[in-house]
Structures are given as structure tokens and as C-alpha cells.
Design a protein around this ligand. Structure first.
Ligand code: NOJ
Length: 642
């Protein structure tokens, strides 16, 4: 039985300068064995790897409430939807109206462009339809909510049961999650002499042009993109850039975001992360996850790449994961832009997965609101299918840009911003891509090899790519072809022998000795074959991830500890982890007997013919939650051989 720490109030009492008083207090009030609040003692797992994210530009999705469209300044609304710089009417009611369409497509998490109150003016002919020019982080954009809910009329953001709250409720009823897009780096640019005017639930608190309390940096525009200091302190596109050294600013931004989390937001997408120092993000993530331990956070480090030390360092040490621009760029080159090396470019990215602590938590995508849509580069719907099949079956959490499933694209000026943000116009649930996303989203939840497993290349050529995802005895074999019809003589699959059916085409394939012989691939096609093995069951499951251990072929990592589940320190009975890549071992450990108890553990390397190599530390200590799923994220403690 574990002893509860004293309640906060009495702990404060001990924290006096008077040591004698502390001792007396301790004697007078012995710590009681009482109900243990394990919430304080373990980290709940933030499991997002099985999700399928859909990213919608709210204004361009669906107008569910025509009464709010004019907003505070009707000049910024174009009912004809001709002026790409103006609002076109999409709102949160529109999202609610289309939730069944999204759910039926297999979307499990919805990322919406920022929902906060924006500046109501034009900047270089553009209104803030994207939501990245915030004026008040504690209020919603009145164009997205009911007219009578506009906080500036008579309410504050404290008003509950708004369209926003109904959206969260409608999502959660469908077991879907809301990802809030937040910007901590900047507020808004110069509009007719006004810049960076910032409000706290309607009360003005800062102004770039009258910055008495140093809420902003004043160093002008970034001129050298190689200079890290400039990137973190100067302005991006004239946007008033917050001064993170000001703790009032930090309290404001974190406080605002916590309020939205308290209203039910499940995850955060964070803008422009490379423009602020890592210490800011470490504090931000610590605070946000201290407030809500299960919130998943991913950030936009524009053009992050696994060979770029700074973005990798950020992914590994900031406390949040990243949008995977490296894979996006390679994938667009290979599948949309016809790069000669084709799939080899994509494999080159996966070859660097070991640089990340958690490559399978990167958020993967093929396009977004800041680049031409995939189909503006290559209109072939079959190539789009191959690209989507790839991100839905490889490591990472796939994110689909709105309308992809309807082949939505406008190629004016090469499809660049703003033409990559057309109005959604079709809601066809029979398109090939809608069906493919639905099937593969279901598969991601069914087959843990896809969400958690390693990636094993089986055949690689510029035009053809075969790989197996594997976790324990679950396998997903994928064959992709970007070229003309072809036949592969033989390919290893890791699947059990027998007949298998492709999840997408329902074609049958015979596997013998783990191989498929004479595999025919149609032009620009995808084959996905799944075999789901035994799932781990237990009262409490700990998802364990160990980084930073170098193993040679034949060496495996086990978790050894003082409890029956970990073999009572007998390394031969310790719990084995799965190899994911040269930097990552992973496993799910079921606990029954030790659920609710404190245990000690460490990692060891099992080496054939040699004594095991144990971590160089006393032991790690943890309280196993009573039930549910929790996580450990550890780094191998190396040292002299023992
Ligand atoms: C990245 C966003 O994705 C983009 O749309 C926005 O304009 C910039 N950050 C600035 O907030």
C-alpha cells in the first residue's frame, strides 16, 4: 500500500522557514494511509497514434448558420464567394452539420483553423479568414458562433453552451476529438496604423505601438533565415511578435488555452514553433500537461526535416511532436512531381526515423493550407490514392486536408495560397478516396502494427514500394505502384502462410513461406493486406518506449523489475520489448497483480551467449495505475558493462 502525500494545505504548513514548526507539524499530523489519488502519481497515456486527423479551414467548410456570416464588419464577407481574401461563411454550426459525414469517413480527430476573435480589417486585401491574426485569445470569432453568442454583445467567454460547446459535445458523442489550433508567437499585423492590439476577454491589455509593459519584441522583420536569434526574436511577415520573457504574456496565453481545454478541447496544434525558444515550449507543455495530462500536442516547425538538427532536437526535447514536413516534401516530390528517384526519396526519410524519439507520433500529411494541394501538382486521382494509402499505412498519425476526399482543388496560380482554400462543395460518400480513408482509418484502429509497429522495407524501386509494418504478431503488408502495370516476381511479406484479402480491392493473394509470388500491381495502385495478431490485455497496460539504446542484431531489450509481471529481477523472465528502429524499443506490458502498487524496474539488454547488460542505475520507480493505459518514456541509462 502506498502512502498518500499530505494534502496541499498541510504541505504548505510544512513549508515554513521554521524548521522546528515543520517537525512539530509532522509529529502532530502524521501522514495518513488513506485513499490514494493515483492521478498525481502516474502519467496517463496520451495515445494519438490510432487517430485519423482531418484538417478543415473553418470559413471554407460549410455555412451552417447564415445569420452570423456578415460578422462585425460586413465588408469582410463575400456572399458570392469570388473574393478569396474575404470570409465565405463557414462556421462551427457547419462543422456540426457535417460531423456524420466526417465520422463515416473514419475521421477520429478534427483540427480546425484557429477559432479566436480576429482583427476585423483587411491586410493586403485579406481578412483573417485563416485565423492566425488573433485579437483576443479568450474569445471566439463571432463569425463562427451564433449571433446571440457574440461575446462582445453582452457576454464574456465564460458563457457556456455556445455553438463551440455544442460542437465539442457532438464530437465527443461520436467519440471524436477536437484539436485546437493555437498561436503563441504573434498576435496581428499592422492595419491602418494599428498593430498588435491584444485583448483579454474584451479588455485591452497590450498594444504594439504603445508597448509600455514590453509584451512585444521590436526588432523588425526577419532578414536572415539562417540566424536563429532573428527567427526567434524578429517578425514573420509583419506580425507583432510576443516577448516570451514577459511572464504576464506567458500567463495570459497559457491561461487562455487552459480555458479552452477546460471546455473539452482534446489536443493542440501549435503554430510557428520555431519562432520561439525551446525553453518557452518546455514550460508551455509542462504547464498545459500539468493542467490536463492527457492532451496531445503537435507543432508546426515549417520545413522540419529529420536531417535538420534543430527541428529534431525540438521534436525530442520540447514535449510536443511535429508535423512531418520532411515526409510531406519527399512524398510530393515522389508522387505528385514525378521525381526520378520516386519512392527512394520516401524511404530515405524513413531511414532517418531513428533521429526522432517517437517517429510514429509525427503527424503526416501530403498538403495543407500553406502549399498547393497535391492535385494542383498532379491532378491524377490515382496518384492521390497512392499518396493517401501511404500516409494511412506508414508510421505517424495521418492528417487529411479538407476536401481531399472530394478531389477538391483550384489550380489558379499553381494552386498556391489562397487558391488552396476553396469552398467545400461536394459531400459524396461514394468517392473512391472517401471509401479508402474510411477503410484504412478502421484498419489503423484494428491493427496495432500500423499505429505502433516498426517499418520494414521489402522492395524498393523508384516506381514500386513494398513494406511490412510489424508489431508482435500483427502485420500489415503494403504494395504501392506509381508506374504502369507491373508484376513482381516474389516479395517477402512477413504474413502467415495462406490466403489473404486486400483491404482495399478485395483481391485474394496466396502467401507461401511468407512470400507472394508473381504479385501483379495495376498502374498507380495500392494493395494493403492485414493480419491482426493477439492483442495485449490487462487490468493496467503500460505502453513503454525506450530510446537511446544501441543494439546489434540478435540483441533484444527487456524490462526487468521487482514484480511478477517483470520477472522478479530474473532477466530471463523479464518482459521483452519490440524493436521499432535503431533508437526505439516499444512494448505494452499488462499488469494485473501489481496494478495499484509501486514497483521498481530497469531495462536490460538480452544478449545471446553473453550475460545480460543492465542499465547503469539503481532502478526506476513507478506506481502502476489501478486500471487503464499509462505510458513510460525512458532513455537508456548507459554505463560500464556489468
Ligand atoms: C503557419 C500557418 O499555417 C500559416 O497559415 C500562418 O499564416 C502562419 N503560420 C502565421 O501564423
Amino acid at each position: 500500500m502506498v502512502t498518500t502525500p499530505p494534502p496541499r494545505s498541510s504541505r504548505t504548513q510544512y513549508e515554513t522557514d521554521d524548521h522546528q514548526a515543520d517537525v512539530e507539524a509532522l509529529v502532530a499530523e502524521p501522514r495518513q494511509d488513506s485513499e490514494i489519488d493515483l492521478e498525481f502519481l502516474y502519467t496517463r497515456d496520451i495515445e494519438f497514434r490510432q487517430e485519423t486527423i482531418y484538417f478543415a479551414v473553418v470559413d471554407r467548410f460549410y455555412d451552417g448558420d447564415v445569420d452570423n456570416s456578415e460578422g462585425p464588419n460586413p465588408e469582410l464577407f463575400d456572399p458570392e464567394r469570388q473574393d478569396w481574401g474575404k470570409y465565405w461563411g463557414g462556421d462551427l454550426q457547419g462543422i456540426i452539420d457535417k460531423l456524420d459525414y466526417l465520422k463515416n469517413m473514419g475521421v477520429t480527430a478534427l483540427w480546425l483553423t484557429p477559432l479566436f476573435e480576429q482583427v476585423e480589417a483587411l491586410f493586403v486585401d485579406n481578412a483573417a479568414i485563416h485565423g492566425y491574426w488573433t485579437r483576443d485569445f479568450k474569445r471566439l470569432n463571432p463569425r463562427y458562433i451564433g449571433r446571440d453568442e457574440d461575446p462582445s454583445l453582452n457576454n464574456t467567454q465564460e458563457q457556456k453552451n455556445t455553438t463551440f460547446d455544442r460542437l465539442i459535445e457532438a464530437l465527443h458523442q461520436r467519440k471524436m476529438k477536437l484539436i485546437l489550433d493555437v498561436v503563441c508567437n504573434h498576435s496581428n499585423p499592422d492595419f491602418s496604423g494599428k498593430k498588435g492590439e491584444l485583448y483579454d476577454d474584451g479588455v485591452k491589455i497590450a498594444d504594439f505601438n504603445d508597448d509600455k509593459d514590453n509584451w512585444y519584441h521590436h526588432y523588425g522583420e526577419i532578414t536572415d533565415w539562417e540566424d536563429e536569434w532573428q527567427i526567434q526574436n524578429r517578425e514573420l511577415a509583419g506580425l507583432a511578435t510576443f516577448n516570451e520573457n514577459n511572464s504576464d504574456y506567458r500567463d495570459y496565453i497559457k491561461g487562455a488555452i487552459k480555458q479552452w481545454l477546460d471546455r473539452g478541447v482534446d489536443a493542440l496544434r501549435v503554430d510557428t514553433i520555431k519562432h520561439m525558444p525551446i525553453w518557452f515550449w518546455q514550460e508551455f507543455n509542462a504547464d498545459i500537461q500539468g493542467h490536463r495530462p492527457d492532451v496531445f500536442i503537435f507543432g508546426e516547425w515549417i520545413y522540419s526535416h529529420p536531417s535538420d538538427d534543430r527541428s529534431v532536437e525540438f521534436a525530442n526535447h520540447s514535449g510536443m511532436t511535429l508535423l512531418d514536413f520532411g515526409l510531406c516534401v519527399a512524398l510530393r516530390a515522389a508522387l505528385a512531381q514525378g521525381a526520378e528517384d520516386g519512392f527512394q526519396l520516401i524511404q530515405a526519410i524513413f531511414d532517418l526515423d531513428h533521429r526522432y524519439f517517437g517517429a510514429n507520433e509525427l503527424v503526416t500529411f501530403i498538403d495543407n493550407h500553406d502549399m498547393p494541394r497535391f492535385q494542383s501538382l498532379n491532378p491524377d486521382p490515382d496518384m492521390l490514392k497512392v499518396a493517401i494509402a501511404l500516409i494511412m499505412t506508414s508510421r505517424g498519425i495521418p492528417c487529411i486536408y479538407y476536401g481531399t476526399e472530394q478531389y477538391l482543388h483550384d489550380d489558379t496560380e499553381g494552386g498556391n495560397d489562397p487558391y488552396n482554400r476553396p469552398m467545400m462543395s461536394h459531400w459524396d460518400t461514394e468517392t473512391e478516396l472517401y471509401r479508402l480513408i474510411r477503410l484504412l482509418s478502421g484498419l489503423r484502429r484494428l491493427n496495432p502494427a500500423i499505429s505502433m509497429g516498426g517499418h520494414w522495407q521489402k522492395l524498393l524501386a523508384p516506381d514500386v514500394y513494398c513494406y511490412a509494418r510489424r508489431y508482435r504478431d500483427s502485420i500489415c503488408f503494403v504494395a504501392l505502384n506509381r508506374g504502369e502495370t507491373t508484376t513482381i516476381e516474389a516479395v517477402e511479406t512477413e504474413l502467415p502462410d495462406g490466403e489473404h484479402t486486400c483491404v482495399l480491392t478485395r483481391q485474394k493473394f496466396e502467401v507461401s513461406e511468407g512470400r507472394i509470388d508473381s504479385l501483379e500491381l495495376a498502374a498507380r495502385s495500392a494493395i494493403v493486406i492485414s493480419h491482426v495478431g493477439e492483442r495485449i490485455k490487462g487490468q493496467t497496460i503500460v505502453r513503454v518506449q525506450l530510446n537511446g539504446v544501441q543494439t546489434q542484431p540478435g540483441e533484444t531489450i527487456v524490462v526487468t523489475g521487482n514484480c511478477p509481471e517483470l520477472g522478479h529481477w530474473d532477466v530471463s523472465k523479464a518482459y521483452p520489448l519490440e524493436y521499432i528502429n535503431t533508437n526505439t524499443w516499444f512494448g505494452e506490458i499488462p499488469f494485473e497483480e501489481s496494478a495499484g502498487k509501486m514497483i521498481t524496474y530497469k531495462y536490460a539488454m538480452w544478449r545471446e551467449g553473453q550475460s545480460p547488460l543492465r542499465e547503469n542505475l539503481v532502478a526506476r520507480r513507478w506506481v502502476i495505475a489501478n486500471e487503464g493505459t499509462v505510458k513510460w518514456r525512458d532513455t537508456w541509462a548507459s554505463g560500464p558493462e556489468s
